[in-house]
Design a protein around this ligand. Structure first.
Ligand code: ROI
Length: 165
């Protein structure tokens, strides 16, 4: 089993409900179990002119290989109405493999640790809820260093039992 962290994001069609539905779907993946779910956070889009995003991180123990997991995540995205086309466009559901155990993966379809992790407080802070404070990424970077360089500013942690705005 590998310990995998998946970043979830949505800014369309009741984002919190999209995330909850996705977490349920992750729980049904073969040879896998959801072992942790962060709080939900809202923040402005990194690109102007889009609705605010809701983001979270899920810990998944899985025996699936990285590309099999990626296929499964894209199937869940498609299932929840994700329309591919506009790169960086608004989306009902985005599922990213943030970390995959101790693996460093750099192929066109998949880069792990996630390429933009260091610049995304909406991934770093929820991830920090799920790991020890001395956590080190597979590529040797300490999570504490990434957090220190990426201010929490602009993130809003939702109260438990989030209602959709
Ligand atoms: N902005 C936020 N806050 N959350 C996201 O998940 C997110 N995803 C994106 C872009 C458009 C870069 N901005 C985002 O793809």
């Amino acid at each position: 089993m590998e310990q995998v962290f998946i970043g979830l994001g949505s800014n369309l069609a009741q984002p919190s409900a999209q995330l909850r539905q996705a977490i349920t779907a992750l729980g049904t993946l073969p040879n896998s179990a959801v072992t942790g779910t962060s709080s939900f956070y809202t923040s402005d889009s990194l690109l102007p002119g889009q609705p605010r995003y809701t983001n979270a991180v899920v810990a998944l123990a899985t025996a699936l290989a990285p590309l099999a997991l990626l296929d499964a995540l894209q199937a869940i995205e498609a299932d929840q109405g994700r329309e591919r086309g506009v790169r960086w466009g608004p989306r009902t559901l985005d599922l990213d493999i943030v970390l995959f155990g101790e693996h460093v993966i750099d192929i066109p379809r998949l880069k792990v640790p996630h390429y933009h992790l260091h610049a995304r407080p909406f991934v770093l802070y929820p991830l920090a809820e799920l790991v020890p404070s001395d956590f080190v990424l597979a590529d040797g970077r300490a999570l504490s260093e990434l957090l220190a360089a990426c201010p929490f500013q602009g993130l809003e942690r939702m109260a438990a039992g989030p209602a959709d705005a």
